[in-house]
Design a binder for this molecule. Structure first.
Ligand code: TA6
Length: 278
């Protein structure tokens, strides 16, 4: 029975712990289907999780991998980043190193987005963290949505970090609202960065310039990629983040944002992401 692996985690929220044969470990909250921590077999704590994160109903966990659905950011009439990250998902299947969680429409979701849907998030740890998000239209009408896996990657120092693989890709700068094309293959960080890269390559890398690790993100079915760091002022202003915390992470998010996904009744969309560390 999958539920027997679920125990209270931080804030008493139901949490599932996955373990892999090589000693890896992940903590998954049913609240938001949220991978809050993932540590590799080598002991690398790959995801950033804010020490000030809230773990409570109605609040998104700050860090790990929030699931953004059915609306990315404020690009529509719904609450920011939709409702999936604050909804209670059901665990429908689990083994020691895999889990599948499901969210279906409820009176609460229908009050903000009046469609019937089945969302599933499958995850597996081993030589990497594999995730696949699927959305099925169980309504009698078509619907459109945007989504993302809003991954917070832990870095030793954001000023000594670069994201590689975006050369020549068009992006929307969410800070200024302007569109640009990425020049050069290396994106480094000197201030607030909040960009939606449209039709980004399937493989992106986050490199530690001081010779530490490289995080590789491979995405399939998610055409876009968001790169976000709030920098000092905005980090300090967020009460679940705090002063100086921006230095410890960069978000690289696999997403479907530029062109919303259109699903007819009975259709299913799927996007996958694999994160590895070397
Ligand atoms: O994905 C980037 C972004 O949309 C940023 O604009 C920033 O607001 C971030 O998400 C976090 O949003 P949150 O609602 O979790 O504070």
């Amino acid at each position: 029975m999958a539920d027997s692996n679920v125990h209270p985690g931080e804030g008493g929220l139901p949490r599932l712990v996955l373990t892999s044969a090589d000693g890896g470990r992940a903590e998954v909250y049913l609240h938001g289907a949220h991978v809050a921590r993932w540590t590799t077999g080598d002991g690398d704590d790959v995801l950033y999780l804010s020490p000030r994160s809230r773990f409570e109903a109605g609040q998104a966990i700050r860090g790990g991998i929030p699931v953004v659905f059915p609306q990315f950011a404020t690009r529509g009439p719904l609450p920011k980043h939709g409702f999936a990250r604050t909804a209670e998902w059901a665990l429908i299947d689990a083994s020691s190193d895999t889990a599948t969680l499901e969210l279906v429409d409820t009176p609460e979701t229908r009050a903000v987005w009046d469609f019937s849907f089945h969302a599933r998030l499958r995850m597996e740890i081993g030589d990497g963290l594999r995730m696949s998000l699927s959305i099925r239209n169980t309504d009698v009408r078509p619907f459109d949505f945007t989504c993302a896996l809003h991954t917070y990657d832990r870095v030793p120092d954001i000023t000594r970090t670069e994201v590689v693989g975006l050369e020549g890709v068009k992006y929307i700068d969410s800070v200024t609202g302007e569109s640009h094309v990425q020049s050069g293959d290396r994106l480094d960080f000197r201030g607030e960065t909040d960009r939606i890269y449209l039709d980004a390559p399937e493989m992106l890398r986050i490199r530690d310039l001081d010779g530490g690790r490289t995080i590789t993100i491979a995405k399939h079915g998610f055409p876009d990629a968001v790169v976000w760091n709030p920098w000092a002022e905005k980090s300090a202003a967020l009460d679940d983040l705090g002063e100086g915390e921006h230095a410890r992470f960069v978000c690289v998010e696999a997403g479907c944002i530029g062109r919303p996904v259109h699903l007819s009744p009975g259709e299913t969309w799927e996007g996958r992401q694999v994160i590895r560390v070397s």
